[in-house]
Design a protein. Sequence first.
Length: 277
Amino acid sequence: MSKILTDQQIQQYHDDGFIAPLRVMPEDEAFSIKTQLEEAERAFSDEFNAENRNNLHLIFSFLDELAHNTVIVDAVEDLIGPDIALWGSVMFTKESSSDHYVSWHQDATYMGMNSNDFLTPWIALTPSNIETGCMAMIPGSHKQNIHRHEDTFSENNILTRGQVVKDVDESKAVNLILKPGEISIHHGAVIHGSKPNKSKQRRIGFALQAYMPPSVKQLIGKNIWMHVRGKQRQDLDRVALKRPQYDMDSSSVLQRKLVNENYSNILYKGSKTKRKY
């Protein structure tokens, strides 16, 4: 029996590779988290630039709480089972009237796993719509193999390598419109992207990328995970991450540095060019 998702939502995920919207908190709670985020940005500006957007949940308690949010994790359990670990997180912020975009891509391409059967909840902390540059998905594309990606390293492309899948039929794209406090959930192999934010407000989304069952193994890089629910992973070489005791505690800052170095080694493996994120 499912914990939170309907049979229709579960079927949609398997058919299309994504579901949205799913409300996980009231709008005022999302606004409160956004306020905490902006306060943290002012206090620790170096941690929030483009080069430091990965794994902020490891050093800020309010983001760690999102990673363990009961409603989110219940939805994840309905889709991948009760034993859940988190690989990482990414803060996707598009400033107002910016040219930054995300090209068509599949998350699993460079993550170095033995399987694509994992998922990412994307939490809207501000309105995410066509004007602000919401995500768009190609339904059913997760059933295909991983496509060839061209690394562009385009300046305005938010992705690590600026990687792009060519010849995507954009007429099939579905825009995922989210209000603050709503999430989308997408499969590791679904083709997706987003256009620039042309509005006068920031578009902020927090991606928990990605939750994985024990069957998904890390083949490239160090085997590093945050336990979230159910049985602990039994991989002999696993490194278990600790939750932050408080914002920016020294052990958590060091832990995040090691995780981000591992991220970089994985995501840029084989590339002659390497960005700082």
